[in-house]
Design a protein around this ligand. Structure first.
Ligand code: NAP
Ligand code: ZN
Ligand code: ZN
Length: 348
């Protein structure tokens, strides 16, 4: 056991504040990682404020982790001290159920162990990446093949990257396909970059006028302000696939109407209130409304390798951990281009 500095929310109403946690000594299959960078996902905000219910406090958030391996257990084969490594949303699962065996650990029948706001198989509370170090079984640690200078920009790939890569792959984003991305935030800007890299025609939907130029720079073939009824109408019945990353409730029926026959709208955003779905736009055009959750470990590694090969990282704004509460406020306002990443060198 070792004591490790961290930042935690004591209750759903608390600001994040300095906190001390214990990390286990590495077991035979464990990798100990000095955390260098951790992205600030909107899920961190939802969970520390208990917007989804069932939150475990005190909570140390953070599931977009990159760092340096400091020690490995005797049976570890994939990592050596000094390697760079990543940890995302999952740190364990049953590894036996059908979903785990298919590499879809995020859908583990016994519920996967998440990096924070979760308990391990022994019932211990898990603490995330807003801390100096973490110990994780090597089966849930990712290899990073980007250059060292990009480690901060790689951190958001561990959640925002895989959460957009997985549905884009599943629903066949690529040449000849027209793909919409809703919301230009942490997830959305990764979805835009990835869909563009995969060769799809990409239309970015945003509620923010000040993001239109950026969306083009990030690879959008067209940008639609969702408040512009005429621009929305012009996209009617034209999409094969729309990926909806919005973090707050909005009109998804209008988006369903933009799909071609048999098109799919996949939700990855998790607002705290339920959507209202009209049957009409689903029936007329045999359209599908779907969802997607992060990705399994093998696909997460595939995504990281794809991003390294295509020189893709997140656009980030670095922040010291002492300013994380202000970063949260700006995330809620949609005022970040496009992911805050905490520099853990600021924590001692
Ligand atoms: P984010 O950086 O805050 O981006 C969300 C974007 O949604 C905002 O930038 C904004 O984009 C748009 N938006 C906000 N309010 C809106 C509204 N009322 N109507 C329409 N659009 C709105 O958040 P994120 O980190 O990308 O996360 C997005 C959501 O995905 C969160 O709910 C998060 O919990 C969830 N999530 C899910 C998974 C999963 O596995 N399914 C994984 C990670 C995160 P514009 O300014 O461009 O409109
Ligand atoms: Zn996340
Ligand atoms: Zn399982």
């Amino acid at each position: 056991m070792s004591n490790v500095p961290a930042y935690a929310a004591a209750t759903a109403k608390s600001r994040l504040a300095p906190f001390s946690i214990e990390r286990r000594a590495p077991g035979p299959k464990d990798v100990a990682i000095e955390i260098l960078y951790c992205g600030v996902c909107h899920s961190d905000v939802h969970q520390t404020r208990d917007e989804w219910g069932g939150a475990i406090f005190p909570m140390v958030p953070g599931h977009e982790i990159t760092g340096r391996v400091t020690a490995v257990g005797g049976q570890v084969t994939k990592f050596r001290p000094g390697d760079f490594a990543g940890v995302g949303v999952l740190v364990d699962s049953c590894r036996k159920c059908g979903n785990c065996r298919e590499g879809l650990e995020q859908f583990c029948d016994k519920e996967a162990v998440q990096t924070y706001n979760s308990r391990d198989k022994a019932g211990a509370v898990m603490y995330g990446g807003y801390s100096k170090s973490i110990v994780v079984d090597e089966a849930f640690v990712l290899k990073i093949r980007h250059p060292e200078a990009q480690l901060a920009g790689v951190a958001p790939l561990l959640c925002a990257g895989i959460t957009t890569y997985s549905p884009l792959r599943r629903w066949g984003a690529g040449p000849g396909k027209k793909v919409g991305v809703v919301g230009l935030g942490g997830l959305g800007h990764m979805g835009l970059k990835l869909a563009h890299a995969m060769g799809a025609e990409v239309v970015q939907f945003t509620t923010s006028k000040n993001k239109v130029e950026d969306a083009r720079r990030l690879g959008a073939d067209a940008v639609v302000l969702s408040s512009d009824a005429g621009a929305m109408q012009a996209q009617h019945r034209s999409f094969d696939f729309i990926l909806d990353t919005a973090a707050a409730n909005h009109d998804i029926n209008a988006l369903l109407g933009l799909l071609k026959r048999d098109g799919t709208l996949a939700l990855v955003g998790v607002p705290s209130t339920p959507y209202t779905v009209a049957a009409g736009p689903l029936i007329m055009g045999r359209r599908s409304l779907a969802g997607s959750a992060i990705g399994g470990l093998a696909e997460t590694q595939e995504m990281l390798d794809y991003c390294a090969a295509h020189k893709i990282v997140s656009d980030i704004e670095m922040t010291p951990i002492q300013a994380v509460n202000e970063a949260y406020e700006r995330v809620v306002r949609g005022d970040v281009k496009y992911r805050f990443v905490i520099d853990l060198a600021s924590l001692s």
